[in-house]
Design a protein around this ligand. Structure first.
Ligand SMILES: Nc1ncnc2c1ncn2[C@@H]1O[C@H](COP(=O)(O)OP(=O)(O)OP(=O)(O)O)[C@@H](O)[C@H]1O
Length: 604
């Protein structure tokens, strides 16, 4: 024997209100939607039929009247009283696409706020059919009866809601007007709360006296909708999915991980304020408001259904925003400059995957370089080879020295920057790009005269002994700026080892010898003492081998600090020890005083 499922309406309403809908306020959206769909259905039969929805709050309840298609008694039983039944799924796909509803559960949302729903309706399809009344209660019971002719003379439907205990606030006049405006301001029919019209033309459809007035109208709309003054407004129009709208460019940077909170209307009805997946991920610098005929809602009607249409719209909107950027690059450098100063990270992430974009944006993208913050194009014009470092530490380690030797360096340590610089030759033919290694820097430093270096041999030997256990070699060169006493170059990995060999081949005999000596051993860090630095020169004349050793260790520590590398525990200990030792030397009594008078507790 077969049975029919029984539905516990109270349980179903609880399920909807707690798990499908985000708030009781959606009841109003469902009512508006039913009114609008009913008018659409009637107008398909009679294009000249009136099109109005009236919301009339009062007496602890709400009345919603529409001039739509109405229902006969049989339809009331079939459609209103059968959960999951919808008239909007019948017929052709194209006709279905005209409606907002489709699931046949919308009316249930009213039970979240109402104890009783009373519907009085008269069919436009069957003018002979009398008005009909349907009364339904939250416990699942309902009654249907026909009414006398004069109970409703015109086609259409009126829905009466009587508030549930505790839910009265949702039906109050102020709240109803606020919700109607929130959900329905862009609906295409005349919707009023009391006598007040709440529907308006979308800002992008309004006529304006000129471009300036249009811009001002968009700025005002953005301030009202999102609460910020946009850098610019990008008009959106994708006929394929009936999308019209506007993307507002944020005046402040946002994290690329932060997804956009876009407002999407479906045939005028607000679907969501947090649409996800509407734009490509890189377009995180805009917030959109748009209305669409062609995108599909999820059953909760609070999000977009991820399908091919959404994918196509996403691509088309991305294309439009990309076009806006190209237009700026071509014609509005001042605005582009302002835009990039805020959103360069976003544009850089976009340009990485998009050579066309890279070419368009290249003259404008700012990078940190040894010439200051300049665009890559400007930098490439000034320097025959665009050198870059892969990390910010490397940049800080060599920037000042490299700049003084005339080597231009881009800091590739920031997000995407190294990758972008590597793409430069593709976007700007003829540009030479090379990763900066420590040997390129050393190869640019002048060697010290052979005789002078020989004279300093004892000092250099003491220095090498002092730093040997730190896996660091010592070299002497003459370089600018003279104020820098020593340069710490980390030569640890194989990449450096390869370029070392090249530098060795190109350098003079003495330096080639130093470099060559490194070849056999594992690559080591190197402290390059600056022979132009007065302190280094004075140190080289110190007779006391121990003091000379401590001084070199201190220089090593200082150069390490300048390179902004993280200090190993051994390095911190060395800094601490050398500081105290030098302090001790500095405050030591004059040489004629006997050593026993020295302060006690010294670290030596
Ligand atoms: N104001 C109205 N005028 C005429 N018919 C209506 C009205 N309200 C509801 N109906 C009929 O009742 C059916 C069920 O309505 P309900 O709101 O539950 O679902 P729906 O609008 O079809 O779909 P959804 O669950 O997606 O909103 C509708 O398909 C429609 O035929």
């Amino acid at each position: 024997m077969s049975h029919t499922f029984q539905v516990d309406l109270r349980g179903l309403v609880d399920l909807l209100s707690h798990h499908l809908y985000s708030s009781p306020k959606v009841y109003l959206r469902e009512l508006l939607q039913n009114g609008v769909d009913a008018i659409t259905a009637r107008r398909a039969l009679d294009p000249g039929a009136p099109a109005a929805v009236r919301l009339l709050p009062g007496d602890g309840g709400l009345r919603v009247e529409d001039t739509g298609i109405g229902l006969t008694e049989a339809e009331v039983h079939d459609l209103l009283a059968t959960i999951g039944r919808s008239s909007k799924r019948d017929g052709l796909e194209s006709a279905r696409a005209d409606f907002l509803g489709q699931f046949g559960i919308g009316l249930l949302a009213c039970f979240v706020v109402a104890e009783e729903i009373r519907v009085v309706s008269r069919s436009a399809r069957d003018p002979q059919a009398p008005p009909v009344e349907w009364r339904a209660r939250g416990d699942g019971s309902y009654t249907v009866r026909t009414l006398p002719e004069e109970a409703r003379t015109e086609p259409g439907t009126t829905v009466h809601l009587a508030a549930r205990p505790g839910a009265g606030e949702w039906l109050e006049a102020g709240r109803v007007a606020e919700l109607a405006r929130h959900f329905g301001s862009l609906l295409r029919y005349d919707v009023r709360v009391g006598g007040e019209r709440i529907t308006e033309r979308p800002v992008w459809d309004r006529p304006h006296t000129g471009p300036d007035a249009r811009r001002a109208a968009f700025a005002e709309h953005c301030a009202e909708t999102f609460g910020f003054a946009p850098l610019d407004a990008i008009e959106l129009d994708v006929p394929l999915a009936g999308v019209r709208g506007v993307a507002y460019v944020l005046p402040e940077a946002v994290s690329p991980a932060q997804r956009g909170a876009h407002r999407v209307h479906l045939k005028g009805m607000l679907l969501t304020e947090h649409a996800d997946g509407l734009l490509p991920e890189w377009a995180f610098f805009v917030r959109c408001v748009l209305d669409t005929d062609g995108l599909h809602p999820t059953a909760s009607r609070e999000g977009l259904y991820e399908d091919e249409t959404l994918a196509a719209v996403r691509e088309a909107l991305g294309e439009r925003i990309r076009g806006w950027l190209s237009e700026l690059a071509a014609g509005s450098p001042e605005l582009l400059g302002r835009f990039l100063s805020v959103h360069h990270l976003g544009v850089k992430s976009l340009a990485r995957h998009d050579p066309e974009m890279l070419r368009a944006m290249l003259p404008w993208l700012p990078f940190e370089t040894t010439d200051g913050r300049v665009s890559l194009e400007e930098f490439a014009r000034r320097h025959p080879v665009v050198h870059y470092t892969r990390t910010t530490e490397e940049f800080h380690q060599v920037a000042a020295i490299a700049a003084a030797q005339g080597i231009g360096v881009v800091n590739g340590g920031y997000t995407y920057d190294a990758e972008l610089v590597e793409l430069l030759p593709g976007a700007r033919p003829g540009t030479a790009v090379a990763e900066l290694d420590t040997d390129t820097v050393t190869a640019h430093l002048d060697p010290v005269d052979g005789g002078e270096e020989l004279a300093l041999a004892p000092f250099l030997a003491a220095a090498r002994t002092a730093l040997d256990r730190l896996d660091c070699d010592v070299a002497l060169r003459a370089y600018q700026p003279a104020a820098v006493p020593a340069l710490y170059l980390d030569d640890r990995d194989a990449r450096h080892e390869r370029s070392r060999a090249a530098a060795e081949a190109a350098s003079d005999e003495l330096w080639a010898g130093v470099l060559g000596s490194l070849r056999e051993s594992r690559p080591r860090a190197r402290l390059v003492l600056n022979h132009l630095n007065p302190l280094v020169r004075r140190m080289a004349r110190v007779d006391d081998a121990r003091l000379a050793g401590t001084a070199v260790e201190a220089l090593y520590g200082q150069a390490l600090l300048m390179s902004r590398r993280p200090l190993r525990p051994a390095d911190s200990a060395l800094l601490n020890r050398t500081f105290l030792e030098l302090l001790d030397w500095a405050v030591a009594p004059a040489p004629q005083t006997p050593p026993t008078d020295r302060p006690s507790g010294d670290a030596r």
